[in-house]
Design a protein around this ligand. Structure first.
Ligand SMILES: Cc1ncc(COP(=O)(O)O)c(C=O)c1O
Length: 642
C-alpha cells in the first residue's frame, strides 16, 4: 500500500465516512470525496471537481449541493425494505410512504417525490395550510397515492382538504383535537363530500429520541382514548363510521432506540383492532415519522446515531402490526410511514470554504528572544516550577508536567494580582506554561494514544477555522438541538491532516461555531483538518443536511439562504445542473426585514451630492459609492471572492 493509499484509508476511518455515508459517500483515489447515486454504484462523482465546476460558473460556496438521485434512491430503499418485510412476514396489507414535506419543502424536492409516486407507492404529508395548498396544486396532474394532513386545523384548512377530495385526491385530514371534527363535518356537509378522516391518538407509551414529547399523556397533539370514543359515537349517529379510515401516531423524531418504537406500535395496533371491532372502517395504520439517521456519532446519543437498521425498523412495524391483528382476527391494514429525516437527509451537502485560520498565538519561549531560557538567580518559586515541568517532559511524564505547570501558572497569576511579581515575570510564566503545553501536544500526539487528562489541552491549543457560512441559516440544528453532522474536508484526503480545529461561522455570535464532531463512531471536540494554505481554496463538506436544515434556517446577521444546486448524474458519466436556486441577495434579506431598499439609492445619492457640494468627496468618488451600493444590493449575503 502506498503512503497515499494509506492516508486515504486512514481518512475514511477518521471521518467515519463508510459509517454515516450509507454507500453514497466515500473517498476516491485522488483523495477527494466521492458521491454515488446508490450504495454500490460505480458511477462516482468527484465532489471537489463539482465544486470547482460550480465556482467556474460563478456559483461560489457556501452552496448546498442536492443530489437528486440520492433522494430517489432513499425513497426506493424505503419502499424496498417494506416490500421485503411484507413478503417475509406474509403480511396481507400494503405499505405507503408519505413524504412529510415539512422536512424539506423546496419545490424541486417535492416534485421529485411526486415523480416517483406511482412507482414507489408514495404519498405526501402536510402540516399546515401553506403546505396543503402547495401539495394540492402540485398533484393536479400527477396525483400521489395518499395525502395525509396533520397539524392543528382551522375551518379554512379543512375546507382546503374537502376541496381537494372534490378534486379527486385521496386526502385524509388527521383530527388532532376534538373541536376539529365539528369543523370538518360542517365543511364536508356544506360541500356535500363524504370526507375520509383520520385520528391522531395520544398514546400513553413514552415517545423516543430528542423529540420524545411527541408521545405520552402530556403530548401536544392527539386525542385521548375517551375522546376517540366520543368521536366514534358522533360518526355512528351520522352513519359514517366508514369515514374514519386512518389511525395515526407520531412517536418522535430521530428515534435512537428501537425498543421505544415497539411499545408505541404495540399500543397503536391494539387500539386499531379495538376500533375495528367497534365497527369503525379503519384501513390505514399510520406510524408517523421518527426513523433515525446515523449521523456518525456515538451509539446511544439521541442526536447522533441509532441502534437499529432500516430493515429492522420495517420488520418491527410489519411484524408487530401483523401479529396483533392476527391475534384479534382483524384484517391487515395498509401501513403508512411518514419518515422525513431518513428520506431527505442524505441528498444534500453544504460546501463551505475556509477563509482563514487562527492558531493559539501565545508564542513558546523558544521562539521569543525577549525571554531568557536559562534561569535567573532570584526568580519566584512558580517560575522555577514551570522550568522543572519542562524537564519532566524530557522524561515523558506529560500528565505530571501538565499538572505542575498549570498550578505554577496559577500561582504566578495570584502573585501578580497581589503585586508581588512584575509584568515581565508574569509574561515569562505565560510563555513557560505555553511552551510546556505545546510540547505536550506535539510529543504526546506522536504516541497516538492521548491520556484523557490531556485531551482538554489538545482542545485548548486547537486552531479555529473561519468558514464562509452561517450556522444559524444552514445547519441550525447544530445550534438548536446539538445535532451532530458529519463534517470533513472534501479534498486533500490523501494528505495527513495535521491540525485540530473548531469551526467558526461568519456571524458575530459566539454560538456560531461547531465544536462537536463525529469521528469514527465517537464524539470529539475538534475536527482533524489540513494546514490552511494562503491563496489556496480549502473546502469542507457538512453532510446529511437535506432534512430540516433549510427549512428551519434563520437569518441571523441577515445572512440569507445559500445557493442551492440540484445536480444529476449524467448517463454517460459526469454531472449536470438541473436547477440553480440562487441564494438570497442583500436586497431580498433587507426586504424581508421591512426595509424599503428602493429608497436606499436616492438616500445615498443625496448624501454623496451633499458631500460633493461641501468638497469632502469628488464627483468620481461619489459615482463609485453609488455604483457600489447599487451592485451590492444585488449581491450574495455571504463573502464572495473578488
Ligand atoms: C406528524 C409528523 N409526521 C412525520 C414527521 C417526520 O418525522 P421524521 O423526520 O423524524 O421522520 C414529523 C416531524 O416532526 C411529524 O410531526
Amino acid at each position: 500500500m502506498s503512503d497515499k493509499e494509506r492516508n486515504i484509508a486512514r481518512a475514511a476511518a477518521q471521518y467515519g465516512v463508510d459509517d454515516w455515508g450509507e454507500g453514497y459517500f466515500g473517498i476516491n483515489s485522488d483523495g477527494h470525496v466521492a458521491v454515488r447515486p446508490s450504495a454500490g454504484s460505480t458511477n462516482e462523482l468527484d465532489l471537489f471537481e463539482i465544486v470547482q465546476g460550480l465556482v467556474e460558473r460563478d456559483i461560489a460556496p457556501p452552496t448546498v449541493i442536492r443530489f437528486t438521485e440520492i433522494l430517489a434512491d432513499r425513497l426506493a430503499v424505503m419502499r424496498g425494505v417494506f416490500e421485503q418485510a411484507i413478503s417475509e412476514h406474509g403480511y396481507q396489507g400494503d405499505h405507503v410512504h408519505v413524504y412529510p414535506i415539512k422536512v424539506n419543502q423546496q419545490r424541486p424536492v417535492v416534485e421529485e417525490v411526486i415523480r416517483h409516486g406511482p412507482k414507489l407507492s408514495l404519498g405526501l404529508e402536510v402540516g399546515s395550510k401553506p403546505e396543503l395548498l402547495a401539495v394540492t396544486a402540485l398533484t393536479a396532474s400527477d396525483p400521489v397515492r395518499l395525502i395525509v394532513c396533520n397539524g392543528f386545523k382551522d375551518r379554512a384548512y379543512l375546507r382546503g382538504v374537502v376541496t381537494a377530495t372534490k378534486l379527486g385526491r385521496e386526502i385524509v385530514p388527521v383530527i388532532e383535537k376534538p373541536t376539529e371534527l365539528g369543523d370538518l363535518l360542517y365543511e364536508s356537509d356544506r360541500l356535500q363530500v363524504r370526507q375520509p378522516l383520520g385520528v391522531r391518538v395520544r398514546l400513553s407509551s413514552p415517545g423516543a429520541g430528542r423529540w420524545e414529547a411527541s408521545l405520552g399523556d402530556r403530548s401536544k397533539f392527539g386525542l385521548r382514548v375517551g375522546e376517540i370514543l366520543e368521536l366514534v359515537d358522533v360518526l355512528r349517529v351520522r352513519g359514517e363510521l366508514d369515514s374514519f379510515v386512518l389511525l395515526h401516531c407520531h412517536p418522535g423524531s430521530q428515534i435512537e432506540d428501537i425498543g421505544r418504537l415497539k411499545d408505541a406500535i404495540g399500543e397503536l395496533a391494539h387500539l386499531y383492532c379495538e376500533l375495528v371491532e367497534l365497527g369503525v372502517g379503519l384501513r390505514y395504520i399510520d406510524v408517523g415519522g421518527g426513523l433515525g439517521v446515523n449521523y456518525g456519532g456515538p451509539h446511544g446519543s439521541a442526536t447522533a446515531s441509532m441502534n437499529y437498521s432500516l430493515e429492522e425498523y420495517a420488520n418491527e412495524i410489519v411484524y408487530r402490526v401483523g401479529v396483533i391483528c392476527d391475534d384479534r382476527g382483524v384484517a391487515h391494514p395498509t401501513i403508512v410511514t411518514e419518515s422525513g429525516r431518513a428520506s431527505a437527509a442524505h441528498q444534500s451537502v453544504l460546501v463551505t470554504q475556509v477563509l482563514g485560520a487562527a492558531t493559539p498565538d501565545e508564542p513558546g519561549l523558544e521562539t521569543d528572544s525577549a525571554f531568557s531560557v536559562s534561569a535567573a538567580d532570584e526568580e519566584p518559586q512558580p517560575i522555577s516550577d514551570l522550568r522543572l515541568a519542562l524537564t519532566l517532559l524530557d522524561e515523558g511524564a506529560f500528565v505530571e508536567a501538565y499538572h505542575d505547570a498549570r498550578q505554577a501558572r496559577e500561582q504566578v497569576l495570584s502573585l501578580f494580582r497581589l503585586g508581588y511579581v512584575d509584568l515581565q515575570t508574569r509574561a515569562l510564566g505565560d510563555r513557560l506554561f505555553w511552551t510546556v503545553c505545546r510540547r505536550i501536544v506535539a510529543e504526546s500526539a506522536d504516541d497516538g494514544d492521548i491520556p484523557d487528562e490531556l485531551t482538554e489541552l489538545h482542545d485548548l491549543l486547537s486552531s479555529t477555522y473561519f468558514c464562509n457560512f452561517s450556522l444559524f441559516q444552514s445547519v441550525p440544528d447544530s445550534w438548536a438541538v446539538d445535532q451532530l453532522f458529519p463534517i470533513m474536508p472534501i479534498h486533500r484526503l490523501d494528505e495527513v491532516p495535521t491540525v485540530r480545529a473548531v469551526l467558526a461561522d461568519l456571524t458575530c455570535d459566539s454560538d456560531g461555531r461547531i465544536c462537536r464532531f463525529a469521528s469514527g463512531g465517537e464524539e470529539r471536540s475538534t475536527l482533524d483538518v489540513h494546514a490552511f494554505r494562503d491563496g489556496e481554496p480549502y473546502y469542507l463538506g457538512i453532510f446529511l443536511v437535506g432534512a430540516y436544515q433549510e427549512t428551519l434556517g434563520a437569518m441571523h446577521n441577515l445572512f440569507g439562504d445559500n445557493h442551492v444546486v440540484h445536480l444529476h448524474w449524467h448517463e454517460q458519466g459526469g454531472w449536470w445542473i438541473d436547477q440553480f436556486v440562487p441564494g438570497d441577495t442583500i436586497r431580498e434579506v433587507l426586504t424581508y426585514s421591512q426595509y424599503d431598499t428602493e429608497r436606499f439609492g436616492p438616500a445615498i445619492s443625496k448624501d454623496c451630492e451633499r458631500r460633493v457640494r461641501d468638497g469632502t468627496l469628488t464627483v468620481a468618488e461619489s459615482r463609485e459609492i453609488r455604483k457600489y451600493y447599487a451592485a451590492e444590493l444585488e449581491g450574495y449575503t455571504y463573502l464572495e471572492p473578488e
